[in-house]
Design a protein around this ligand. Structure first.
Ligand code: NAG
Ligand code: NAG
Ligand code: NAG
Ligand code: NAG
Ligand code: NAG
Ligand code: NAG
Ligand code: NAG
Length: 386
């Protein structure tokens, strides 16, 4: 595959610093429970080898966000906007249908380190790479806090937006691509979602190519909801990804019936559902599980659950409602998007378990006790199948 990439990095603060008065006050997200601080950069990538599968008038263009770990002592702290104004406004419209107030998200800030203090642009290989893909019609910005949590444990985390599928993608030059093009399955017709997953997998492989990742490099992937299905689909076509985690996403497409891994390139997979969403209750998970069990080159697969969590517990909205003080005033409808378990607690769980799994999948450490048996420190986590 021949690929050329244009790489334009523009810190969001340059573009949005004069976007809005700050007299309404700002809110700052926690920086992660791990030992590292992090840098953050947003970058546009253009894949000149592909026309956009949803719009053949231009090449496939992506926006990615990248967190790199920085030792505490090297960090020069700065705050960056959590989300560009245009993205916040689109989310406002979507979330208003669930009783959420407007004009809040653009006032949220991330505590990161000045890029000059890290040396992120050139240092791939220093930390393992964890790719991330978000839910259907869901901006990557609403998973930045989760990504920062994981990065604080010593991973370069790269979140990828998938234009025309992601609800809104804002590019540095001012272009905006709106999403909502993917049709949910109708009467078992999954053509649209299957195609979207192939596109997402191609997007991820392209990002890995662009940053020069080879089969020898350390790469894992995780995703929430549709991004979890994208994780499995990516692993099916790209063995550079050694381990994957599907956080609560229904599975579609060829992974249901195909083997992950191949000789010499085993892969590990963790299915991690919210309470009640598991291989018994979701037929696609049951089928995917059987496929994992039959795959000779899947050398580890387990199924976990989190008590008191719902589908929405694992995206940033769950920490955002606490950071912005909204949680107590949420209506039942609004609450249905975040679930009972608090965001900070979910991040503690994810920040402990995901790095343990990633380290194991990358042959950096043995299988952690936490992945093998229940832990008194994390009573919410249940091992359902192994
Ligand atoms: C396709 O992209 C062009 C810009 O290259 C844009 O003007 C046009 O509206 C897009 N069409 C669709 C259907 O999204
Ligand atoms: C504060 O936010 C509200 C709601 O968006 C807005 O109408 C108002 O203009 C803002 N006030 C200031 C001083 O920025
Ligand atoms: C998907 O995102 C678009 C914004 O691009 C929004 O108008 C639409 O309502 C969203 N669809 C759903 C089902 O949330
Ligand atoms: C399935 O849905 C797609 C649109 O997503 C449509 O083009 C196709 O005709 C449908 N197939 C069947 C068999 O209905
Ligand atoms: C997987 O295989 C089963 C049984 O052969 C078949 O019914 C099903 O349609 C297949 N699903 C996919 C997504 O290929
Ligand atoms: C899956 O969820 C159902 C519904 O909550 C529950 O009854 C079952 O015990 C769960 N676990 C397994 C392994 O199926
Ligand atoms: C789940 O939530 C209930 C109600 O808040 C609480 O009593 C229970 O301890 C929680 N379970 C776990 C395992 O945290």
């Amino acid at each position: 595959m021949h690929i050329t990439a244009a790489c334009l990095t523009i810190p969001l603060c340059l573009r949005f610093s004069n976007a809005k008065s700050t007299s309404n006050g700002t809110f700052t997200l926690p920086q992660g429970t791990g030992p590292f601080r992090t840098t953050l950069q947003h970058t546009e990538l253009i894949d000149v080898s592909r026309l956009d599968p949803f719009n053949s008038s231009h090449h496939r263009r992506l926006m990615i966000s990248r967190f790199d770990p920085v030792p505490q002592w090297k960090c020069k702290p700065i705050q960056l906007p959590y989300v560009p104004l245009i993205v916040a406004q689109v989310e406002d419209e979507i979330l208003a249908e669930y009783d959420y107030p407007k004009d809040v998200w653009e006032r949220v800030r991330l505590d990161v380190c000045d890029l000059q203090t890290g040396d992120s642009c050139s240092t791939h290989g220093k930390f393992p790479i964890a790719m991330f893909s978000a839910g259907l019609n869901t901006t990557r910005h609403f998973s930045l806090s989760l990504a920062q949590e994981i990065s604080s444990h010593g991973f370069t985390v790269i979140l990828v937006d998938h234009p025309y599928d992601t609800d809104v993608v804002a590019f540095p030059g001012g272009d905006v691509i709106y999403g909502g093009r993917i049709l949910k399955p109708v009467n078992g017709n999954t053509t649209s979602v299957d195609h979207a997953l192939e596109v997402r997998a191609d997007d991820i492989s392209f990002v890995l190519d662009t940053i020069g990742i080879t089969q020898e490099d350390k790469v894992v992937m995780f995703g929430h909801s549709f991004g979890g299905a994208a994780t499995a689909t990516t692993m099916l076509q790209d063995r550079r990804v050694k381990g994957g985690v599907n956080i609560d996403g229904t599975m579609f497409g060829p992974v249901l019936n195909s083997s992950l891994g191949n000789p010499g390139h085993p892969q590990k997979f963790l299915l991690w559902g919210s309470e009640g969403h598991n291989t018994t209750t979701d037929a696609s998970w049951g089928q995917f599980w059987n496929s994992l069990e039959l795959s000779k080159n899947v050398d580890w697969n387990k199924e976990f659950s989190i008590i008191n969590s719902t589908h929405g517990s694992c995206w940033d909205l769950n920490v955002l409602v606490d950071v912005t003080g909204l949680r107590n005033g949420l209506t039942e409808t609004a609450r249905s998007l975040v679930g009972p378990i608090p965001g900070a607690r979910i991040w503690e769980i994810m920040g402990r378990y995901l790095p343990a799994f990633f380290g194991y999948a990358l042959n950096e450490k043995p299988e952690d006790q936490l992945l093998r048996e229940p832990s008194a420190n994390y009573l919410e986590v249940v091992i359902l199948r192994e």
